[in-house]
Design a binder for this molecule. Sequence first.
Ligand SMILES: C[S@@+](CC[C@H](N)C(=O)[O-])C[C@H]1O[C@@H](n2cnc3c(N)ncnc32)[C@H](O)[C@@H]1O
Length: 314
Amino acid sequence: MNTVIETLVDIVAKDPYPAEFTSSYWREYGKSNVVERRNGDLYLEDYGIGTVRGSWLAGHTLHAAERFSYRSVSSAYRSYPAMWNLARELARDLRCSLTFDIWKYTVILSLLNDHWIDHKLFPRTVAVIGDGHGFLGALIRRHLKSMRLYCIDIPKTLVFQARNHEAADPQARLAVMSHGGDDSADVVFVLPQDVLQIRDTIDCAINIASMQEMNALTISHYFSFLRQRSSRQSRFYCVNRVEKTLPGGEVARFSEFPWRKDDEIFIDGLCPYYTHFFAKQTLPRGPKILGVRIPFVNYFDGDTMHRLVRLASE
Ligand SMILES: C[S@@+](CC[C@H](N)C(=O)[O-])C[C@H]1O[C@@H](n2cnc3c(N)ncnc32)[C@H](O)[C@@H]1O
């Protein structure tokens, strides 16, 4: 096992869910994520951190139909064809299949890349908060080769990310922020409580389907960190549910995130690539024709917002 993965596995063994930064959602569902050493090997079982694996057949039938159903959305992004080629290559290298989430990460990078080109921005530091398996971060690194990536997440999930970053780029220099996080590293893994150790300005921060499962303290902690590391060129892309009720009864509301009036907003509204998904099961929520549910096409549990913003500095 690579030393960075060893370090992260040791952190998991001591404190898999830092109490202050773990919501009731992750206290409940985090247990289903398994990160263990078994007979000297690393044993991982993921739950609720995004879907990047599935059958090849589903990727080329069900999810191909899904991508077709979203064609008017993806074709609006000029960078999409090139990013989809990159995503397919990365999926092949990581033995992932072409799931909804992989397509979603591609659309996200396409949207951001169009914006960077239009605004003549050249991001050199990117922070992905809550990147699940790390596919989006790895895809961004394939596109922006000489940037530094900060992967900010709870310890167990960082192990999944470290494995995928190592496989995506075996030459990459990986580091853990709290264990000597090296200024020359390409990918730095950061625990929630250590974000203020990051000295770089963050050119682009991204949070997808993740603040919606955090407690209010954690959300304001990240906003405060991003405001402290924000420059005139910085961007924050936030894609989260309009509202989500967590098992402990807390409600995470997009509109109640600590936005400020002097934040400069570039994109804001319902997220066009987060309306429906195709699955083998036809769930109760979904479109109907003449009162009959269309098989395999399902709505998400709630609407999702997206906002691209320059956070005003603190
Ligand atoms: C539903 S998954 C979303 C994964 C990915 N962004 C996607 O859209 O497919 C939620 C992510 O938030 C992470 N997360 C939960 N609590 C967190 C915290 N306090 N700080 C950072 N990430 C957290 C989880 O570990 C996971 O990576």
